[in-house]
Design a protein around this ligand. Structure first.
Ligand SMILES: Cc1ncc(C[n+]2csc(CCOP(=O)(O)OP(=O)(O)O)c2C)c(N)n1
Length: 422
């Protein structure tokens, strides 16, 4: 395995410590009754090395333990502190939980609370890159427990089917809150085509750097998705609402502390004489003071205002279709008007993409709404797999990336309402 240059290792150590200290500071503040929730990334810091091969035009759909990875993309402690306090001038204007990282500037898309729900939108963004003919990539991260959600398998299947430039990063810390995942781990259960999996020591920046180089190169060069399976440790409790001493043994806690990636990297650098004990002490002291100052400044900044509540919800409306919409014939059925609207949209704006079950010709949709469209616009009208989560999730990602997805759910009334008889 090749080693990163010393200057890079020192820089990564600095950011890893900053991330660790930010987590520690938030833990203290939470216990003091400041802030509403905290989820720590302690133990996941070495994942910052995954950012080294990413370009600024690539996209990241992070896991909630990726504080250090998003810092590797350029997010600062001050910004994260404002997210912790849900301040007005934070990435979501105070709407999102801490840990639901986002940054428009750095192409970091926020996750929702349902685990695994960031993966299909990640595929949507990756599809947008392919439609644009770009060689950018998407990195989409998930926990080892969250990746048992159906969304992971739908996302993986869609990415393979369409050869999408996605690197799925599984952050395998062996736990989903209190449940040990060793029995349910699909990698150990032999579920994957191993050609697409790279197993990585997720505690080691060099291993992560090397493996991500391979995965990103494959995705960037049009060979489809890869899964980076990173083994690492969750050093703290699941969240501020949990105490992992209830379900983890003292021996296990001692073991994971002994391989703490921040301490291990600092010790390596000291042993190799690239860092002295005194410098490491001084670095920790300076960074700790810096983090404290960032949180004090964030605490004093403005809270969101009630009148901001409706801001950031909708994008700019795109140009309308104009008067031509009124030129239909009096004998048109509603579906003829819808079909004509779709045709004009595709005609006038290359950002429109259609996707749904059976929407292509010769079927043209089970209700014929999309009749004729795939014949005229084969590069923007596609049949989807029979997978509604894929349709909705990919639409979200493609829209966030800047397309105008018109995605059809064939039937919405498949579920019987309580009290309704068949
Ligand atoms: C769909 C859904 N079910 C349950 C939860 C509650 N929940 C939040 S995190 C979590 C465990 C996730 O573990 P893992 O994916 O391994 O990530 P880790 O916390 O270990 O980093 C659970 C059960 C949720 N947020 N969403």
């Amino acid at each position: 395995m090749s080693r990163l240059k010393t200057a890079v290792r020192l820089k990564l150590l600095e950011t890893m410590f900053l991330s660790r200290e930010g987590d520690r500071r938030e833990g203290i503040l939470f216990r003091q009754g400041q802030g509403w929730f905290q989820i720590s990334s302690m133990g996941h810091e070495a994942l910052i090395a995954l950012s080294l091969h990413l370009r600024s035009s690539d996209y990241l759909f992070p896991h909630y333990r990726d504080r250090c990875l998003v810092m590797g993309r350029g997010v600062t402690t001050g910004e994260l502190a404002r997210v912790f306090y849900a301040k007005r001038d934070s990435s979501s204007g105070g709407r999102q939980l801490p840990g639901h990282f986002s940054s428009r500037k750095h192409n970091i898309c926020s996750l929702g609370s349902p685990t695994g729900s960031n993966l299909l939108p990640a595929c949507g963004a990756a599809w947008g890159m392919v439609l644009d003919g770009k060689d950018d990539v998407v990195m989409a991260c998930v926990g080892d427990s969250g990746m048992r959600q159906g969304e992971f398998y739908e996302a993986y299947a869609f990415a393979v089917e369409r050869n999408l430039p996605v690197i799925f990063v599984v952050e395998d810390n062996e736990y989903g809150i209190s449940t040990c995942t060793t029995q349910s781990n699909p990698l150990r259960n032999g579920l994957f085509d191993m050609k697409r999996i790279l197993q990585v020591n997720g505690r080691d920046i060099d291993d992560l750097h090397e493996a991500s180089a391979k995965a990103i190169k494959q995705a960037r060069s049009g060979h489809g998705p890869m899964v980076l399976w990173c083994e690492l440790d969750r050093l703290g409790s699941h969240s501020s609402s949990d105490d992992h001493r209830i379900y983890r043994s003292a021996e296990n806690l001692e073991l994971i502390q002994s391989r703490d990636p921040v301490t291990v990297l600092a010790r390596q650098l000291i042993e190799e004489k690239h860092l002295s004990e005194a410098k490491w002490e001084a670095m920790q002291e300076t960074l700790t003071r810096q983090v404290e100052a960032d949180y004090m400044e964030a605490a004093a900044s403005n809270d969101p205002k009630p009148e901001d509540a409706l801001e950031q919800l909708l994008g700019e409306p795109h140009g309308g279709l104009g008067d031509t919409m009124n030129q239909g014939c009096s004998d048109w059925r509603i579906l003829d008007a819808v079909n004509e609207t779709f045709r004009q949209a595709l005609d006038q704006n290359r950002r429109y993409v259609f996707f749904g079950e059976d929407i292509c010709d010769p079927m043209g949709g089970v209700f014929k709404l999309t009749n004729g469209l795939s014949t005229k616009y084969p590069d923007r009208v596609f049949n989807s797999p029979l997978a509604e989560a894929t349709i909705v999730g990919v639409a979200c990602g493609l829209a966030a990336y800047g397309y105008r997805p018109v995605f059809e759910l064939q039937f919405i009334d498949l579920w019987v309402r309580p009290g309704t008889s068949w």
